[in-house]
Design a protein around this ligand. Structure first.
Ligand SMILES: Cc1ncc(COP(=O)(O)O)c(C=O)c1O
Length: 397
């Protein structure tokens, strides 16, 4: 069978491999602690569930407008204005089946052969694969732990070519937990304006920020930046609704219309029932995410403190999202029972088999020095998991 070339350009998500291994062990009755999944352990809030139940009972179970219900697009517009002062017309908002789908619609509508899409590293795994699936080229822009993963102007300028078409901004960031300050956002915006780049601002972790800092949307910097930014967001992380599959994009009308047309010929509307639940979640405001963040904060501090006590490991305190991203280069090249651990992937496998903790190695995020651990698990799980990890690392020679 001759498959389309694009299918051969990507590999199945490597993060799923370790998750599958962890699940297989759990199915055999092994007590595995899961630091791999990227979703809150909190339950979806009752008001969202009640809205979904009411939707089912009242027969709100048919097709909706392909781009999303007026009610949901109105709730999104109101939220974007209240949170960031961004004003969008309904025609500039597209509701899709998760933020990943929003990003994919954008990739299909905007990227093509010859285009270069700038992705700061470390980065969320799907950005580069979505670029490749749409015939364009990912261009990786290194950012560094010791600089707080900030984007340096000179380095950004150095990767720009006449083919550069967009830059993807993810703040707070999965996997690093870093959040761009205003000065960094201004550098990105300035360079994007001067080089005619689209700014893709993935704000899915917007509500998960710590220490009283709030996220700034790059689109809010000026009318010129607003005009060339697509904001991507959704309900998955903020309202513990990963399975409901509601994401959205807001941005320039011409682009959003093209994205909406693509969606109308592929998935059509996101689930009617989930759209009702999303309206309830968004309209209820920040009480739910704030409660969740308070609990994540306890776990964040515990996990980072424990990681920093382990030999050969150091970890920055994340400013947002729910991941610790420890640097484990001081552990690599030590010897475990199965031989030398030379890569984060080797270390992740060792931790799964020896310590029974599932973590994601840094490679799929573009790092050969880190692991990613989610603390959206439980306080006790973090405490026990860190005990196990420390004991396993101390065994290495
Ligand atoms: C940075 C980032 N963007 C987008 C998504 C996709 O979220 P959704 O569940 O809305 O598709 C994720 C999910 O892990 C993510 O980490």
């Amino acid at each position: 069978m001759k498959l389309a070339a694009r299918a051969g350009r990507i590999v199945p998500s490597p993060t799923l491999a370790i998750t599958a291994q962890a699940k297989a062990l759990a199915a055999q009755g092994v007590d595995v602690i899961d630091f791999a999944s990227g979703e809150p352990d909190f339950d979806t809030p009752d008001h969202a569930k009640a809205a979904a139940e009411a939707a089912i009972r009242t027969g709100f179970t048919k097709y909706t407008p392909s781009s999303g219900t007026d009610e949901l697009r109105h709730a999104i517009a109101k939220k974007l204005e209240a949170d960031h002062g961004l004003r969008y017309d309904k025609s500039q908002i597209l509701v899709s089946c998760g933020a990943k789908h929003s990003l994919y619609n954008l990739a299909e509508a905007f990227y093509e052969a010859g285009d270069e899409i700038i992705i700061p590293t470390p980065y969320w795994v799907s950005y580069s694969d979505q670029v490749l699936l749409n015939d364009a080229t990912p261009v990786f822009l290194p950012t560094f732990e010791e600089e707080g993963y900030a984007i340096a102007r000179a380095r950004l300028e150095s990767v720009i070519t006449p083919r550069s078409k967009a830059i993807i901004v993810n703040s707070p960031c999965n996997p690093t937990g870093a959040m761009y300050d205003r000065a960094t956002l201004e550098v990105i915006a300035d360079v994007a304006l001067r080089h005619n780049l689209l700014i893709v601002s993935d704000e899915i972790y917007e509500k998960i920020c710590y220490d009283g800092i709030t996220q700034t949307s790059i689109a809010s910097l000026s009318p010129e930046v607003f005009a060339r930014t697509v904001v991507i967001n959704g309900v998955s992380k903020a309202y513990a609704m990963t399975g409901w599959r509601i994401g959205y994009a807001a941005g320039p009308k011409e682009l959003l219309t093209a994205m909406a047309n693509i969606q109308s010929q592929s998935t059509s509307n996101a689930t009617s029932i989930s759209q009702k639940a999303a309206v309830a979640a968004i309209n209820a405001g920040d009480e739910f995410p704030s409660r969740m963040v308070k609990e994540f904060d306890r776990r964040r501090r515990l996990m980072v403190q424990r990681l920093n006590q382990m030999p050969g490991v150091h970890c920055r305190l994340p400013q947002g999202a729910f991941y610790a991203f420890p640097n484990v280069s001081g552990v690599l090249h030590r010897r475990g029972p199965q031989g030398l651990l030379t890569t984060p992937a080797d270390l992740a496998t060792y931790l799964l088999t020896d310590a029974r903790i599932a973590v994601i190695p840094g490679e799929p995020f573009g790092s050969s020095a880190h692991l990613r651990l989610s603390y959206a698990t439980g306080y006790e799980a973090v405490a026990t998991g860190m005990d196990r990890m420390e004991a396993a690392l101390r065994k290495l020679s």
